[in-house]
Write a protein that binds this ligand. Structure first.
Ligand code: AMP
Length: 397
């Protein structure tokens, strides 16, 4: 019998949901309720080749999930008929205590609530999604899948910041890493594409979306990743700065009189590609560069430079690398970023094949030349499917 999992990703102002068949590896329905809590919200559901939309005010997360369920009914999709067995919640931060996919009972929800200070931008809305979904679907199991989980076992040398140890331990300051569901899924797909067991493959995964992160994975175990205590560290992102000198924060507080909240907002929302060039969508960035825009050019150059630094660092961390995979919105679609990130690295065993790299495809594929010692892939990520599979694995014990 068909079984499906409803995967919910509850953000501060949007709720995304997908109905996934984990056995067939497909999504039956995808939807989003955007601008939750604002004057004009928008809801969209794609199901059975049709798209349903609603423009209405959605006051809060409770209303958002209720709108989502109403749209399923409108689409003629009865969740019970579609074999709904559980709800999977994408959670950002599991702290030190939660790393495996976990059934969400009152005790676990209380632990997640305690973790809010570690991820104040992401965990509270996720928790709200759990509370609302458990209220609306009380008879189904709810399972949390954590973005930090894949990086829980980072070697201490990669997980530790070189700061006062007592302070770090008292305040759980370490590198947690994020996008773990995607890094794990893509690394498994990459090993499968090479026809080798994950345990034998050393790889670098470059998840380049609005948020961006890199990871080094040795034989299936993450040994380093670019995001740290928060998703702010590492690569240049759509609106986040990635690596900066921590001294900048104190300088701005002292010299510019900015508060910690001002600085946090600036680094998270007005930095990265947006901060440098005023644009986060790479299609637009390329258009601006072609039109001679110097800011867009600088943003692109800083982005690519940082990416190359991480590739170089992870080649050294791994010692032997078999495969490098690009994934997420930019990684899957932007051939120029892929080519520029890895150009001139033939002495390190990396040779991109231009024709393969620029061919349009939605499939996982090789983009390196046959004589490239390191295979380079494009692997579409599917975090919803990975979450749904984790959920059924928890149900099956
Ligand atoms: P994600 O967070 O994975 O959904 O990625 C979103 C980002 O992917 C967008 O902000 C764009 O910069 C990028 N993107 C999506 N489609 C394309 C495309 N066809 N070419 C270049 N970049 C793209």
């Amino acid at each position: 019998m068909k079984r499906t999992v409803l995967v919910v990703n509850s953000g501060s102002s949007s709720v995304k949901f997908s109905l996934v068949d984990p056995d067939a590896g497909i999504s039956l329905a995808d939807g989003i309720v955007e601008r939750v809590g604002e004057a004009e919200s928008a809801a969209k559901l794609s199901f059975g080749g049709r798209t349903f939309t609603r423009d209405c005010r959605v006051a809060d997360h409770d209303a958002a999930l209720r709108v989502a369920f109403a749209m399923f009914l409108e689409a003629g999709a009865d969740l019970a008929d579609l074999g709904l067995v559980a709800v999977g919640h994408r959670m950002v931060h599991g702290g030190q205590r939660i790393f495996a996919p976990t059934r969400l009972d009152d005790d676990v929800v209380a632990v997640i609530a305690e973790l809010a200070p570690l991820a104040p931008l992401h965990n509270p809305p996720g928790l709200l999604g759990i509370e609302v979904a458990r209220r609306i679907l009380p008879d189904l199991p709810h399972v949390g899948v954590f973005d930090t989980a894949f990086f829980h076992d980072l070697p201490a040398a990669a997980a530790s910041y070189a700061i006062d140890r007592e302070v770090a331990e008292a305040w759980q300051v370490r590198r947690y890493g994020f996008h773990g569901t995607s890094h794990r899924y893509v690394s498994e797909q990459a090993a499968a594409l090479l026809g080798r067991p994950t345990a034998e493959v050393n790889q670098i995964v470059l998840h380049l979306g609005n948020g961006a992160s890199a990871s080094a994975i040795a034989g299936g175990r993450a040994v380093d990743t670019s995001m740290g205590m928060t998703p702010l560290e590492g690569l240049v992102m759509g609106t986040r700065c990635g690596d900066i000198d921590a001294g900048i924060i104190f300088y701005l507080a002292r010299a510019a009189g900015m508060s910690p909240a001002d600085i946090e907002t600036m680094l998270n929302r007005r930095s990265g590609m947006f901060g440098l060039g005023g644009e986060i969508d790479f299609r637009e960035v390329h258009r601006l560069i072609d039109a001679g825009d110097a800011d867009a050019r600088l943003a692109y150059d800083v982005y690519v430079h940082r990416l190359r630094k991480y590739v170089g660092a992870y080649l050294a961390v791994l010692g032997r690398t078999d495969v490098i995979s690009f994934t997420a919105g930019v990684g899957e679609n932007d051939a120029a970023v892929r080519a520029d990130a890895l150009s001139g690295l033939e002495p390190l065993g990396i040779r991109i094949d231009t024709e393969r790299n620029t061919a349009r495809s939605r499939q996982a594929r090789v983009i390196s030349a046959d004589d490239s010692a390191i295979t380079v892939l494009v692997v579409p990520t599917d975090e919803e499917l990975a979450i749904a599979r984790d959920v059924v694995a928890v149900l099956e014990g």
